[in-house]
Design a protein around this ligand. Structure first.
Ligand code: C2E
Ligand code: MG
Ligand code: MG
Length: 621
């Protein structure tokens, strides 16, 4: 509860941020001028009012004297603004004295409080309040005529000092509100109302200076947000960002601050360790998992989050924390997105290694370092191999074999995947045509297409060219697209799919079940094959819920006349369940691992029988 109260108070009051140096200097110069003019003016006024020259001189000195504190060597902004404020308030006291406590003379206090508010600093308000109370109370009691212009006040100076003090306090509050608004204008993101980068950096630096314990920063970047903007328009993008902001705010404590750094980047500063921050990051993933409804359509939101804390940073500065968290975020993206990665020392070296890998990828095709391995797909009822999936391998000169899970996302990010994908397609279609000719029967080939290829490249002509060059009949080629890509923008890929199918090739939805989509969206897709993700197949037979899910996917696919391939079958038990569910095709280590073409060579002319341990071979020769 205390936390909540503190949070509410913190949002209502100014954050007390420092004015930029140049702004402060300009304001201070004006205030100094006013103070000096007042000192001189009051002396002249005293002389004109018939006071003795000594009184006039004393008044001038009393008003000007506090300014000398600002001239002390090493005087910082705090002392200089306090000195100027003291002079302003001394002028009010002097004026009230000169005008024999005339009520109207007291208005001068309000003008001075307003002027000193320009410093946007707490000190002047405190000083104004203290001076009014002390001056009205003490001086009012000793010399009532020097402070108050009416009898009731002269009789009870403390009561009236409280009344005047209350007015000064009220004026101060009004200034505080204006100050707060002022702060917000330059420090808030206009779209979401969240803090902007400047404010986040300030808050972080302040926390780092005040806290002895760890301070953490989360760096968030929405996954594939560009696609939303491109396909649904900027208004939808804005709506999405606003909703995301509210959900993110719902995940933090009142003491933490969420900021929008720009575009689809957000950051959060947390007064706590990276463990606390990672927990908040986890909550954010969950909070965003629910698709956002924009104009009646739901858009899935995923986010990559990097976390860094001050204990693993080289120095206690907001910039270092943000840089480390950004790096961790980058690694979250590279390792599959939609996750939280906590910065650890040495990650910058890892990032460097990644960057080198990306650079090496650029020349991998030309250097002949890429290879395609082939994994058989089997017909479960017949027990025969019907085709192969082409799986990319990279033989790196120094690192050895690099797995596609490691470099395909990088190639995707850098754009190298377009050229690499074209090469895989050419290679795999050539291989399938060669095998078909050798076996004397059609050997099917499945090739994975990356989202980047689907969206950026003229994929239809690439496929047409590969078929023409290899001579492979289009009906023997299946193009696999991961489900995750599709749900991001079904509409956009539907046209491409249609065009590809016009060529005669088949479309497979890969890794089905890993997205957040409902089964019903399958209906809208011009597809021919559904590949059930390995994660569900692996659970089969363990008595888990996967069996029900796989059964319903198979059922749905059948009703839509789609072929089903179960991925990642490793055990006889899984095989048996799939048989029972009447799954038509499967792929997995049980039937064959991905191998180079020379090892995998299919025998012909009959389809290759699939060995089933403990069972009769189902092949018919
Ligand atoms: P994918 O298309 O879902 O490919 C199936 C992955 O599962 C392959 O991993 C394969 O080796 C693995 N696998 C097959 N059977 C089993 C099994 O029984 N158990 C286990 N544990 N794993 C099995 P791989 O080759 O590492 O490829 C990973 C992913 O990389 C592929 O997933 C695909 O999305 C992507 N990829 C591979 N080659 C290409 C390519 O040429 N282009 C593009 N864009 N992506 C590719
Ligand atoms: Mg695949
Ligand atoms: Mg798959």
């Amino acid at each position: 509860m205390l936390d909540g109260l503190h949070g509410r108070l913190a949002t209502a009051l100014p954050e007390g941020r420092h004015l930029p140096e140049d702004v402060w200097r300009r304001r201070h110069r004006v205030i100094l001028w006013v103070a000096v003019l007042q000192a001189g003016g009051l002396g002249i006024m005293a002389a004109l009012a018939g006071r003795t020259p000594l009184t006039a001189l004393l008044l001038t000195v009393a008003v000007a004297y506090p300014l000398t504190f600002g001239l002390l060597p090493g005087a910082g902004r705090g002392l200089r603004s306090a000195a100027a404020t003291a002079s302003l308030l001394a002028a009010s006291v002097a004026l009230v004295y000169l005008m024999d406590g005339l009520t109207e003379a007291h208005f001068h206090f309000f003008v001075m409080v307003g002027l000193s508010a320009l410093y946007q600093n707490w000190v002047p308000f405190g000083m104004a309040l203290a001076v009014v109370l002390a001056h009205h109370g003490v001086v009012g009691a000793l010399f009532p005529h020097a402070v108050f212009g009416h009898d009731s006040a002269r009789h009870s100076p403390w009561t009236w000092s409280l009344v005047h003090g209350a007015f000064v306090l009220a004026a101060s509050l009004a200034h505080l509100a204006a100050w707060r608004l002022n702060e917000q204008q330059g420090l808030r993101d206009p779209l979401t109302g969240l803090a902007n980068r400047t404010l986040l950096v300030e808050t972080t630096n302040r926390l780092l200076a005040r806290r002895s314990g760890p301070v953490s920063v989360l760096f968030l970047d929405l996954d594939d947000f560009k696609d939303v903007n491109d396909s649904r328009g900027h208004a939808a993008g804005d709506q999405l960002l606003t909703t995301v902001s509210r959900r993110l705010e719902g995940c933090v404590r009142p003491v933490d601050q969420v900021a929008r750094l720009g575009g689809d980047e957000f950051a959060v500063v947390v007064a706590g360790s990276s463990a606390v921050a990672a927990e908040i990051g986890g909550r954010m993933l969950t909070a965003l998992a629910d698709p956002v409804s924009v104009d009646g359509r739901s858009i899935p939101v995923r986010v990559s989050i990097g976390v860094a804390d001050s204990t693993s940073a080289a120095d206690r500065s907001a910039d270092t924390l943000l840089r480390n968290a950004d790096l961790a975020m980058y690694l979250a993206k590279a390792s599959g997105k939609n996750r939280v990665v906590v910065y650890a020392e040495g990650m910058d070296r890892a990032a460097q290694a990644k960057a080198e890998l990306v650079a090496d990828l650029g020349s991998a095709v030309a250097a002949g370092q890429l290879a395609v391995h082939y994994q058989p797909t089997v017909d479960l009822a017949e027990g025969t191999t019907t085709g192969y999936e082409a799986l990319l391998r990279w033989q790196h000169p120094t690192r050895g074999l690099v797995a596609p899970a490691e470099f395909v996302p990088l190639a995707e990010e850098s754009g190298a995947i377009v050229e690499i994908g074209r090469w895989v397609l050419a290679e795999a279609t050539r291989q399938a045509a060669e095998w078909s000719a050798q076996a004397g029967r059609p050997i099917d080939m499945a090739v994975n297409l990356s989202p980047r290829q689907l969206l950026d490249d003229d994929v239809v002509s690439t496929v047409r060219a590969a078929l023409a060059t290899s001579g492979l009949p289009a009906g023997q080629l299946t193009l696999e697209v991961t489900e995750g890509v599709l749900i991001d923008d079904v509409e956009m890929v539907v046209d491409t799919f249609r065009a590809l199918r016009t060529l005669g090739v088949r479309i497979a939805i890969d890794d089905f079940g890993t997205g957040y989509s409902s089964l019903s969206y399958l209906r809208r897709l011009p597809a021919d094959v559904v590949k059930i993700d390995r994660s569900f197949v692996q659970d089969l037979g363990a008595g888990g819920r996967s069996t029900t899910l796989v059964a319903s996917i198979i059922e749905l696919a059948r009703s839509l006349h789609l072929e089903v391939v179960a991925e990642g079958v490793e055990t006889e038990e899984q095989h048996a369940v799939l048989d029972r569910l009447a799954c038509s095709h499967a792929q997995g280590y049980l039937f064959g691992r991905p191998q180079p073409a020379a090892v995998q060579r299919p025998a012909g002319p009959a389809p290759v029988p699939v060995p089933r341990p403990g069972t009769e071979l189902a092949a018919r020769r």
